[in-house]
Design a protein around this ligand. Structure first.
Ligand code: ADP
Length: 412
């Protein structure tokens, strides 16, 4: 019987999943990232009109179905149990003969304690619960999915894979804030996020362009959430996100880096409390706050209003500005990699970023095309690649490694 690993990437409006096959023989570490994919899909539109879609490894549609219910209880995390049941029902119907050995979960914040894929126990969940206030957009949904999977698949191992883990290599200098040292001792420091994506991108670049991957590269994860990672030889040296995933770039609904004096002003002059500030900074700022229209880049690019144009302009300006700063962190730059929804799919946004990066020698020859590809002009001082991210593979590889190291006798 084929052993399989289910990956769950639970967000505020979607629950992405994938199923990978594992051979019965132990998979060597080097081959974990090439596990065959049996299906990939998502439940999207949670809270509105949920829809379950999935495709097989060749891209053929396996299921495309809508749910009548909104699927929320009105306030707390979305009811992941309902949608996990739908995903498991899909697995049973379409992946006959596959046995789910493990479920790998994306967990956004692992702080210092969770620096590698980890077998999740009730005690781990309690400790991860304490980090909810540091990642309120993601962590509650991530943990709800773990609980739902524990209940639905009591015999499968649940493995947490952490977005913060990739940045454990940051130096004490790059981690530190200009605060009294006692706060750092209490864990108030830069952690960095999108690590599952950066893990994939660094390994993929090592296949595509091994010489560049050994050099100094800025990886740009530009999706609804957006960040940059400065890596040398594929190892994270600095990154734009910090203690939380609010820092750095202007994002779909998040503000990015902000003068801390603004927070003091909002408290003092507007009487805002923690709950109001959390909603404003995580959900009402960024592209949606600036444009007053949408946090979706496609919508903004198509909109003729000056507010939409200015929102996109600030998005690209801040990316270029942070690229300059990270070039100094690395002591020079050899290349950039664009990824995630905007980075992979928008030549227009890539061109606008490049137009501001002439000073660091970036020149694109970005003809339309698909797949992972080199997009720098021959005369560019920097190489530039577009690489599709694949957080699911990194999660599956982590889950497979933990499952192998903890024995194989707990399958469903
Ligand atoms: P997440 O996984 O964080 O929800 P994604 O990586 O899917 O985010 O990125 C979503 C963003 O990508 C949205 O702002 C969307 O508009 C943008 N996007 C997707 N395709 C395109 C495109 N062809 N041109 C411009 N933006 C795009």
């Amino acid at each position: 019987m084929t052993r399989a690993i289910l990956t769950l990437n639970a967000g505020s409006s979607s629950l992405k999943f994938a199923v990978f096959a594992c051979d019965d023989s132990p998979t060597p570490e080097a081959h974990l990232l090439s596990l065959p994919v049996l299906a990939r899909g998502a439940v999207t539109g949670l809270g509105e009109r949920p829809q379950l879609t999935a495709r097989d490894g060749e891209g053929r549609v396996l299921i495309d179905t809508s749910f009548a219910t909104g699927g929320t209880d009105g306030s707390g995390p979305l009811r992941h149990e309902t949608f996990l049941d739908a995903i498991l029902g899909f697995c049973q119907a379409h992946l006959a003969g596959a046995r789910l050995d493990a479920v790998g979960h994306r967990i956004v914040h692992g702080a210092d304690a969770f620096s590698a894929p980890t077998l999740l126990t009730p005690d781990c969940l309690r400790r991860l619960e304490a980090l909810v206030r540091l990642a309120p957009l993601h962590q509650p949904h991530n943990l709800a999915a773990v609980r739902a999977a524990m209940a639905a698949l009591p015999g499968a191992r649940q493995v947490g894979c952490f977005d913060t883990a990739f940045h454990q290599t940051l130096s004490p200098l790059a981690r530190r804030f200009g605060l009294p040292r006692r706060f750092e001792a209490d864990g108030v420091r830069r952690y960095g996020f999108h690590g599952l994506s950066y893990s994939w991108l660094t390994q993929r670049l090592a296949e595509l362009d091994p010489e560049l991957a050994q050099g100094r590269v800025i990886y740009c994860h530009l999706g609804s959430g957006a960040s940059l990672c400065a890596a040398a030889g594929g190892v994270s040296q600095d990154t734009t996100m910090g203690f939380t995933a609010l820092d750095g770039l202007v994002m779909s609904t998040r503000c990015g880096a902000l003068d801390p004096g603004v927070i003091l002003y909002l408290i003092d002059q507007y009487g805002m409390d923690v709950a109001e500030l959390t909603t404003l900074l995580y959900q009402g700022s960024g592209l949606v706050g600036l444009s007053g229209l949408s946090g979706d880049m496609r919508t903004l690019l198509a909109d003729p209003s000056s507010a939409a144009k200015e929102a996109v302009e600030l998005f690209t300006y801040r990316i270029a500005r942070e690229m300059g700063a990270l070039t100094m962190s690395l002591g020079g730059l050899d290349g950039v990699v664009f990824s995630a929804g905007i980075g992979e799919n928008s030549p227009e946004v890539r061109a606008r970023i490049a137009a501001r990066c002439g000073a660091i020698g970036l020149k694109l020859d970005d003809r339309s095309g698909g797949g992972d590809r080199l997009i720098s002009a021959p005369e560019s001082q920097l190489k530039a690649w577009v690489i599709a991210t694949d957080e699911e593979r990194v999660i599956a590889a982590g889950a497979a490694a933990v499952t192998a190291s903890t024995g194989a006798d707990a399958a469903v």
